[in-house]
Each structure stands twice: as structure tokens, then as C-alpha cells.
Design a protein around this ligand. Structure first.
Ligand code: HEM
Length: 207
């Protein structure tokens, strides 16, 4: 199996993916801190940029199997082969987001900061449960509940990203919110198309 290079069977190890995600998010967060005029804004920008980093990575994992089913091709297959690593990278990036949240909480007296994200804790429960169970052993132990956990968790995380990236700033969306908002809507549409394509394929199969 080839380890690097853009082919379908390129496999990035989960550890490398997690480290890369955490390092990129921490670097972007650190830059936000350095560039801000004051420390409160700096931590707030760091919270924003770390979470924003996770959005495209999450969408790549969220869409991987649907892209393969609907379009096929090398890049979708490479995403699918690396779906677990992508998911774990999201968990690592969102852990850096926790660091930025704590930094912001330590310097800010603004209670609004936490109110904005009041259901975020539940989403974190899904993020970490999914990360901890993203292996074959957990899959065997949990049986059909594994699919329920990962299916529901993916939708909860997607909704959280949509509400924070799009709904919170609606209708004054910047470039990132517009592009990622459109990507999130497209991802949901793609999953629906893939779902019906799978059902049609199952129906056409001889009994
Ligand atoms: C206890 C949980 C959480 C807290 C306290 C928290 C806190 C924060 C804070 C303070 C900001 C900056 C907000 C601002 O600029 O006003 C932020 C931004 C953000 N957070 Fe979190 N967060 C939490 C959980 C989550 C979760 C679970 C997700 C997604 C799965 C998430 C995604 C985001 C996103 C996408 C942004 C950027 C929003 C934008 O682009 O404007 N957060 N968070």
C-alpha cells in the first residue's frame, strides 16, 4: 500500500492526521493571538479560527462514502479510505478549540461568550464518543448501536457547525460562512442522493 501521493489507497495514519490537525489549529490560533489588538479579542479569534479549521475536515469525512457512491473516482476513494483519520483529526482540532475556549474564558468577563454555545457540551460528547469508538473492536461490541452513534453524531456535529457558522451571523455572512454554509447544504443534499441511490441499487439486486 502506498503511503503518500494522491492515489485511492494512500493511507494517512490516524496519529499523523491528529497531530497535523492539532498543529495547524494551534498555529492558526497562536497567530490570531499574536495579531489581535487585545488579549480578549485574541482568544476569541483563536476560538473562531480553531473551530473553523475543523469544518472542511469534518465535511470531507461526512461526504466520503456518498461521494464514492454517487461519483466514484480516486479522490472520493482516498477520502473514504482515510475517513477514520479525518474524523480523528476533527476531534484533535476541536480539542485545540477547547484550549482556546478556556483561554478566552480566563481573560473575558463576557458571559455572552459561553451563552452563544450553550449546547456545545453535548456535541463534544458525540465528538469524543465517536473518536473513542472509531475502531473495529468497538464496532463489534456495539453492533447496530455503533451505526446509530456514528449516524446521529455526524448529524449533531453538522447541525452545530451550521448553526455557529451560518445561523449565528445570518444574514451578514462573510466569505467563510457563505462558502462553508453552501458546502454544508451541498453535503446534506449529496447524502440524501446517495441514500436513495443505495436503496435503488438494493432494490435492483436479485433476491
Ligand atoms: C462548551 C462548548 C463550547 C464553547 C464554550 C465554545 C466557545 C466558543 C467561543 C467563545 C467562540 C468564539 C465566539 C465569538 O466570536 O463570539 C466559538 C466559536 C466557534 N465554535 Fe465553539 N464552543 C463550544 C463548542 C463548540 C462545538 C461543539 C462546535 C462544533 C462542533 C463549535 C464550533 C464553533 C465554531 C464553528 C465557531 C466559529 C463561529 C464563527 O465562525 O463565527 N464550538 N466557540
Amino acid at each position: 500500500m502506498q503511503r503518500f501521493g494522491l492515489t485511492a489507497d494512500v493511507k494517512v495514519s490516524p496519529l499523523v492526521a491528529m497531530l497535523a490537525g492539532a498543529v495547524v489549529a494551534a498555529a492558526l490560533g497562536g497567530l490570531s493571538l499574536l495579531r489581535a489588538d487585545d488579549i480578549v479579542t485574541g482568544w476569541r479569534n483563536a476560538a473562531n479560527v480553531t473551530a473553523r479549521t475543523a469544518v472542511p475536515v469534518f465535511l470531507a469525512a461526512y461526504c466520503a462514502s456518498s461521494l464514492v457512491r454517487v461519483f466514484g473516482g480516486r479522490l472520493p476513494r482516498a477520502l473514504l479510505v482515510n475517513r477514520r483519520s479525518l474524523g480523528l483529526a476533527v476531534a484533535a482540532i476541536m480539542t485545540v478549540h477547547v484550549g482556546a475556549i478556556l483561554g478566552h474564558g480566563a481573560v473575558s468577563r463576557d458571559p455572552h461568550a459561553v451563552h452563544v454555545i450553550d449546547s456545545g457540551g453535548l456535541t463534544y460528547v458525540f465528538i469524543y464518543l465517536m473518536a473513542l469508538t472509531s475502531n473495529q473492536a468497538s464496532r463489534r461490541v456495539l453492533g447496530r448501536w455503533w451505526g446509530v452513534l456514528h449516524g446521529v453524531g455526524a448529524q449533531v456535529i453538522l447541525l452545530k457547525f451550521f448553526s455557529l457558522v451560518v445561523l449565528r451571523s445570518w444574514p451578514h455572512l462573510g466569505v467563510f460562512s457563505t462558502v462553508m454554509g453552501a458546502a454544508i447544504v451541498a453535503a446534506v443534499a449529496l447524502r440524501i442522493v446517495a441514500f436513495f441511490a443505495a436503496r435503488r441499487a438494493d432494490g435492483a439486486r436479485p433476491a
